[in-house]
Write a protein that binds this ligand. Structure first.
Ligand SMILES: [Zn+2]
Length: 79
């Protein structure tokens, strides 16, 4: 019953688990508990830079509070 979830269109944020916002990255805190997740910066200009780096222009339509509260980037995308 609990096989691999192949539905890639499922909501990314479920049950408090954190999912990386980078489009090409599939790290999430439940499957990949070893990764750290970083909240978006509090500076709006830098938020836009992160969104560009994430290739997630869809996030430009969300308000900043939502982005700060429910979007993260994992440490795989840093360094
Ligand atoms: Zn990531």
């Amino acid at each position: 019953m609990f096989g691999v979830n192949t539905n890639m269109d499922a909501p990314k944020q479920t049950g408090g688990g954190r999912t990386c916002s980078v489009r090409s990255c599939e790290i999430n805190s439940r499957r990949n508990p070893g990764y750290s997740f970083f909240s978006f910066p509090k500076d709006e200009t830098r938020v836009r830079e992160w969104i560009e780096n994430c290739d997630r222009r869809d996030l430009l339509h969300k308000d900043l509070t939502t982005i700060w509260r429910s979007h993260y980037v994992c440490d795989l995308n840093f360094g």
